[in-house]
Design a binder for this molecule. Structure first.
Ligand code: UD1
Ligand code: MG
Length: 464
């Protein structure tokens, strides 16, 4: 049976008090709406229809860029007259048969299995509602059942509910699955005679009843799946819950987190065995940590493959961006190191404090321990790159490469003006500024010669 997914994302999100459309606010590093689109892609729907309104251009452009292959479609809702009115806008693009699954763009953690269970509960001839029992149901639509507690009769919005109805703890989560043909008929009959003067999608429940359709309910596996975000506080709360769940999963795999409450993963993290992660680390994009890797406190690591036994000392920033960063086995990085896109380090490389590496390869055993810059460079095995030395890779218009052979020793405070090649085994005297290649095996010095003046006298203070 054909499945269409409708995701409501037109609301303003007034309580976010933000210029950014609510569904573009990020949870775990990606827009809330992206979570819903990505998760429900697993259902292989014929189409995913996103209802946009507030900030429509931004929302559409953002999702189109993030999901190039998804069967995405956007329908505008202007003005926003309620959830029923929102789904009404999708009617022209919905087929005449099959099932329509309705989700919310501001409820990011719905699971594919729960969404699928809702679709299955609908089965093409029933109206299926996703409901949950909440200790505090304030604000939610209440599920009104027959006196025996079986049949669902209606959803009553909090603002329209009687005292007795407000005591009901079973609430509508905002997600439902309906036979598309029926849904279209019901939507055409909605009115806005209610406390909020809105077209309520929830009114279709009573219509289904009147049409003799069975209204069934399904429940999520976890409460976190149906928590919607309306305010910065709710967003932060959901973020912490999500992070805790991710941290628990990693710890179950044996990863030792110093404090699961001070751990953030905004993407994917694959870990070998005996990995240790100290407090306040942030992982973004795709990161892999080899067996026995140790990450010190306060590191930010994005798009990197980190080998076995690597030690990353505190306050290190690794940003692989699109090119990625690779760190070979047994390397020691930081504290306060910065590895940028295209940094590829072999085994047992040492990168110390305040050293920046960009678009450079460092072969096995190379060391740059203090205050240095390596950009667009190929550094050989066992090279020792002195404190304060830099590759001058940019001439103001173009970038050029620096090639440093195996076993080179670059003294402190050197400037290697690229393009330049330093031959294997060469030694570069401290303070040299090289604009020409340095031959292999020799000492090259390019700085003013040291002179000492005998008989020179310091100036004396003049007495008046
Ligand atoms: C809705 C349900 C309520 C349920 C609650 C769960 C209705 C009438 N009520 O209430 O029973 O308990 O969700 O969170 O459906 N939206 C639009 N266009 C609009 C209005 C809303 O796209 O004109 C979108 C919003 O962006 C949001 C979603 O629909 O993603 C829900 O809207 P919201 O105003 O939050 O509905 P609630 O009042 O919370
Ligand atoms: Mg809401």
């Amino acid at each position: 049976m054909s499945l269409s997914i409708v995701i409501m994302a037109a609301g303003k999100g007034t309580r976010m008090k933000s210029a950014r459309p609510k569904v573009l606010h990020k949870l775990a590093g990606r827009p809330m709406l992206s979570h819903v689109i990505a998760t429900t892609a697993a259902l292989q729907a014929q189409q995913q229809v996103v209802i946009t309104g507030h900030g429509a251009e931004l929302v559409e452009a953002g999702m189109q860029a993030a999901f190039k292959d998804a069967p995405l479609r956007f329908v505008r809702q202007e003005p926003q007259l309620g959830t029923g009115h929102a789904v009404q806008q999708a009617v022209p693009v919905l087929p005449d048969e099959g099932i329509t699954l309705i989700l919310n763009g501001d409820t990011p953690l719905i699971r594919a299995s729960t969404a699928q269970a809702l679709v299955d509960a609908c089965g093409g001839d029933k109206l299926a509602l996703l409901t949950i029992n909440l200790a505090d149901p304030t604000g939610y639509g209440r599920i009104v059942r027959d006196p025996r507690g079986e049949k669902v009769l209606a959803i009553v919005e909090h603002k329209d509910a009687s005292e007795a109805q407000r005591a009901i703890q079973e609430v509508y989560t905002g997600m439902m699955a309906a036979p598309t043909a029926r849904l279209k008929q019901w939507l055409s009959r909605l009115d806005n005679n209610n406390a909020q003067g809105e077209y309520y999608l929830t009114d279709v429940v009573a219509m289904a009843q009147a049409d003799g359709l069975t209204v069934v309910s399904a429940q999520p596996q976890e409460e976190i799946e149906v928590l919607g975000v309306n305010s910065p506080a709710q967003l932060a709360d959901l973020e912490r819950r999500y992070q805790r769940a991710q941290a628990d999963k990693l710890m179950e795999q044996g990863v030792r987190l110093a404090d699961p409450a001070r751990f953030d993963l905004r993407g994917e993290l694959r870990c070998g065995s005996d990995v240790e992660i100290d407090v306040n680390c942030v992982f973004e994009g795709s990161v892999a940590l080899g067996n026995e890797a140790r990450i010190g406190a306060n590191c930010v690591i994005r798009n990197a493959v980190i080998g076995e036994g690597v030690v990353i000392h505190p306050f290190t920033h690794i940003d692989g961006d699109k090119d990625g960063v690779q760190i070979g086995e047994g390397s020691i990085i930081g504290p306060f190191a910065r590895l940028r896109p295209g940094a590829k380090l072999g085994t047992e490389v040492h990168i110390g404090n305040f050293v920046e590496v960009k678009n450079s390869t460092l072969a096995d055993g190379a060391k740059a321990n203090h205050l240095a810059y390596l950009g667009d460079a190929d550094v050989g095995e066992r090279v020792n790159y002195g404190a304060g030395s830099i590759t001058a890779n940019y001439d103001g218009a173009n970038k050029h490469r620096t090639v440093i052979g195996n076993d080179v020793h670059v003294g402190s405070n050197c400037v290697l003006i690229a393009p330049i090649t330093v031959g294997a085994g060469a030694t570069i005297g401290g303070g040299s500024t090289l604009s020409k290649d340095a031959p292999e095996g020799q000492l090259t010095v390019a700085r003013a010669k040291q002179v000492s003046l005998s008989g020179w006298q310091r100036p004396q203070k003049i007495k008046r």
